[in-house]
Write a protein that binds this ligand. Structure first.
Ligand code: GTP
Ligand code: MG
Length: 443
């Protein structure tokens, strides 16, 4: 906690020219430093006030500024915080920061303001991650889920489970350590086992939902597959609304993999257009086809494109057979000159792909709902939930084997610790460093 006695400063706004910039100072000396900077006594100013002032250096005016004061503990970090709003030129902003440093502030490390907020109990770890996610959110679903976690949704969903566990663990501890207390209920294996199974179920549901939510936010790896010339690249271009892949009427146009990202109402697809699959003797094309097949292996969603203007060929049937156990959507393209087929029919060349995008949205409706509701939010949180799941499985096994209750508590405590670490309450310092180092300076 020693580090926290010093006063830190950083530019809180983007490293770019704008109308205004903000320099943020936090710590015991924040108000003193700002007072010296603008030659005004701010020591009596209350929190949530704004003061106009002039920054001077060697009797020259550097800038006119607005100084916002937040007094501990009612501030972002929980310490005294001053935000100096100056004109947004890079030179001016850096100048004022360096004047603050000259008056005794230390340059903040990346994410140090948020780290202090966490250490001062202003937010838990999942909320701090929410700050980072919100800053980096590129669409509404991401921003919404970041805002949820910023508001403490993660600790909220974990709370009932944690409380239940805490209660049972402490009950067992009392039973073991103070057998003479007969006013405390004596728990038995038979009572704990169904509870442990229910907890395991809760944890697994959390993991499952979170994985789906994270996946949909980060992007579903989607491969566009089909024999040559059916319109795969045309479909990629139609979905991306740009001419990214080369389209010609020559079979075997696409040889390398072409990628692009598309967002459909919050569902992100990482699209891969591939070489048309068929028997080929061309060396380059063969390599391309191998790449297509590798992409197929890894894909979470496969869009199988069929030329709807022709009858299905043997190659189409092979591809349908090859992908039948995959999560797939079959589309009939070229419906502008089509023989009618049952199923999803599109015209990539005319940008008429709504039947497909609707099918995708329908397929991921539940996940999309999860992605914008309260779930665990990232790989770190999910990883800890998986540890808790493992510990809970161990607890169940120990119970079923009829082992002593004190052995069961070890597993239950491990599960509890893992869950607590999600919000950082059982925190490890090195872990904190890693998370906070991902923050932007001044946040
Ligand atoms: N009429 C019609 N023609 C289409 C449509 N989509 C694609 N085409 C035509 O089909 C031909 C092949 O299109 P591509 O998008 O290059 O097909 P591909 O599946 O990527 O082909 P390869 O890369 O060779 O495997 C081109 O001449 C396109 O103009 C469509 O919706 N309607
Ligand atoms: Mg192509």
């Amino acid at each position: 906690m020693n580090m926290m006695n010093d006063t830190i400063a950083a530019i809180a706004t983007a490293n770019a020219t704008g109308a205004v910039s903000i320099i943020r100072i936090s710590g015991e000396e924040a108000i003193l430093i700002a007072s010296e900077l603008i030659n005004k006594d701010l020591s009596k100013k209350e929190g949530y006030t704004i003061t106009f002032g002039t920054v001077q250096e060697d009797n020259e005016v550097v800038d006119e500024v607005l100084v916002s004061i937040f007094r501990a503990p009612k501030s972002y970090t929980g310490e005294d915080v001053v935000e100096i709003g100056c004109h947004g030129g890079l030179f001016i902003t850096r100048k004022i920061l360096s004047l603050c440093l000259g008056k005794g502030a230390r340059l903040a490390r990346r994410g140090e303001f948020t780290e202090r907020a966490f250490l001062n109990g202003k937010m838990d770890l999942s909320q701090a991650e929410g700050v980072n996610d919100l800053i980096n959110a590129t669409d509404e679903v991401n921003a919404k889920s970041a805002m949820h976690s910023l508001k403490g949704s993660v600790s909220k969903i974990l709370k009932p489970l944690e409380e239940d566990l805490t209660q049972i663990i402490s009950n067992i501890e009392v039973n073991i350590d103070y057998p003479e207390y007969d006013d405390v209920h004596q728990l038995t294996e038979d009572e704990i086992l169904p509870k442990a199974k229910a907890w395991l179920n809760d944890i697994q549901k959390l993991i499952d939902e979170a994985k789906k939510a994270v996946n949909i936010r980060e992007g579903i790896d989607t491969v566009i597959l089909g024999r040559p010339n059916v319109g795969k690249s045309s479909l990629l271009n139609a979905l991306l609304e740009e001419d990214k892949a080369i389209v010609t009427d020559i079979a075997g146009t696409t040889r390398d993999i072409v990628e692009g990202t598309v967002r459909l109402d919050g569902i992100t697809l990482n699209l891969i257009d591939t070489a048309g699959i068929h028997e080929s003797n061309d060396i380059v094309e063969k390599i391309g086809i191998d790449k297509s097949l590798q992409a197929l292996e890894k894909a979470e969603l496969v869009i199988v494109v069929i030329d709807g203007s022709e009858a299905l060929t043997e190659e189409d049937h092979k591809l349908l057979e090859m992908t039948k156990n995959k999560n797939r959507i079959v589309v009939y393209n070229k419906n502008d000159k089509a023989i009618q087929h049952d199923g999803i029919s599109i015209s990539a060349i005319n940008g008429d792909v709504e039947a497909l995008t609707n099918a995708i949205k329908e397929k991921y409706e539940k996940e999309l709902y999860l992605a914008s509701s309260d779930t665990l939010n990232n790989e770190r949180q999910i990883g800890l939930a998986i540890q808790a799941e493992q510990s809970m499985k161990n607890a169940i096994r120990t119970l079923e084997d009829g082992m002593e209750l004190d052995l069961v508590t070890i597993d239950l405590e491990n599960a509890w610790t893992s869950l607590k670490e999600i919000t950082g309450k059982a925190g490890k310092e090195d872990l904190l460093d890693e998370i906070f180092s991902r923050f932007c300076l001044g946040k």
